[in-house]
Design a protein around this ligand. Structure first.
Ligand SMILES: Cc1cc2nc3c(=O)[nH]c(=O)nc-3n(C[C@H](O)[C@H](O)[C@H](O)COP(=O)(O)O)c2cc1C
Length: 329
């Protein structure tokens, strides 16, 4: 193995190398860097480009009960500091995922977290309960609550009452895997939905999903995306995501000892360190994987060197070290 590119994950008295291990509920990860859902398929598509076993965890594309074709193209457009996507949750569906992809994930030696979307509470419960039977390959369920509810068209993630109902229903059926709720940033106060998810039984929170946005082609004078609107990701959203992670940490997560998985524009180890200081126990990388699929290795090495420089032996000791504006308290 190449020492220069191997992230360090253990420490002992004899070895002062910083320890990158982190805990997401009952899930113990060798390091805090994960993939963000939807940016690298179901793992095997991505395995040729990066050593997956050096990820803390692999988070899959959203898997729905039935296969979905997704939206018409254009489904992705580059923006000045990120990208807009409106994939429409295209995926192979639960049965094919379990039959074809779970066995391949099992061979990859990386904990898998499966992202679950839904358009009714029953959708989420059925898929999550079925996946909960696939331990030890599936170690976590991440609920994507940014999907519109068929009953009223509003996303579960924007309504704390509906969100609590959803998380409570899934919680009853998810016992073996870690239950993570992925929060939408498209709300007035993300601490309100975070609190609802925690009160209803979430083991961990992940944030943020993409910000609703659009781009217009001035020649056709029409929206670029066939879906008209899409989700903005990448460096453009990083400072807003940072604020939201810190707010959720201070208002909700710290006092309930709920770990946060942070994402939104992470490209470098410095970005990851910022999110950890803001309150995250782990980070996920999405858009940056399109530039460097193996960026998690650089991030782990950079975090390790930073911890040595700062005299910090455990990554958990960095989480939430940053203060917060008095107005947030
Ligand atoms: C092309 C693309 C597809 C995505 N698909 C999903 C998805 O299926 N489910 C989900 O919860 N989030 C999805 N996301 C959101 C990411 O997981 C992540 O929350 C967001 O992109 C912010 O992280 P980033 O700035 O590092 O990309 C997608 C993002 C992109 C760019």
């Amino acid at each position: 193995m190449n020492q220069a590119t191997t992230p360090v994950v253990e420490s002992s008295l004899a070895d002062p190398t910083p320890c990158l291990r982190t805990q997401i509920g009952k899930l113990n990860l060798s390091n805090p860097v994960m993939t963000a859902s939807g940016t690298c398929g179901y793992a095997d598509e991505y395995a040729d480009f990066a050593p997956l076993s050096q990820l803390g965890a692999f988070v899959t594309k959203s898997i729905s009960r039935h296969p979905r074709k997704g939206n018409e193209s254009y489904r992705v457009v580059e923006t000045r500091a990120g990208m807009l996507n409106a994939i429409g949750l295209a995926n192979i569906g639960l049965d094919r995922f379990v039959n074809e992809k779970v066995p391949r994930l099992a061979a990859m030696n990386v904990p898998a977290i499966v992202n679950v979307p839904g358009w009714s509470i029953e959708d989420y419960v059925d898929v999550a309960a079925y996946l909960d039977e696939h331990v030890p390959v599936v170690r976590g369920i991440e609920l994507n609550v940014s999907c519109p509810n068929v009953k009223n068209g509003l996303s579960f993630g924007t309504d704390p009452v509906r969100l609590a109902e959803l998380v409570g229903a899934v919680r009853k059926r998810v016992q073996r895997t870690v239950l993570i709720v992925k929060l939408s940033p498209n709300v007035a106060d993300v601490a309100v939905t975070a609190q609802a998810a925690v009160d209803a039984g979430a083991d961990a929170l992940s944030l943020v999903n993409t910000f609703t946005a659009m781009a217009i082609d001035i020649e056709t004078q029409k929206p670029v995306l066939a879906n008209e609107t899409g989700g903005l990701s990448g460096p453009a959203i990083k400072p807003i995501a940072m604020f939201m992670v810190n707010r959720v940490y201070r208002q909700v997560a710290a006092k309930h000892h709920i770990p946060i998985i942070a994402m939104g524009g992470i490209q470098t180890w410095q970005d990851a360190a910022e999110f950890i200081l803001a309150g995250a126990s782990a980070v996920a990388v999405g858009t940056a994987l399109f530039i460097n699929p193996a960026v998690h290795i650089d991030i782990c090495n950079g975090l390790s060197a930073y911890m040595t420089r700062k005299g910090v032996s455990r990554i958990a000791d960095l989480a939430g070290r940053c203060g917060t504006p008095a107005t947030l308290n």
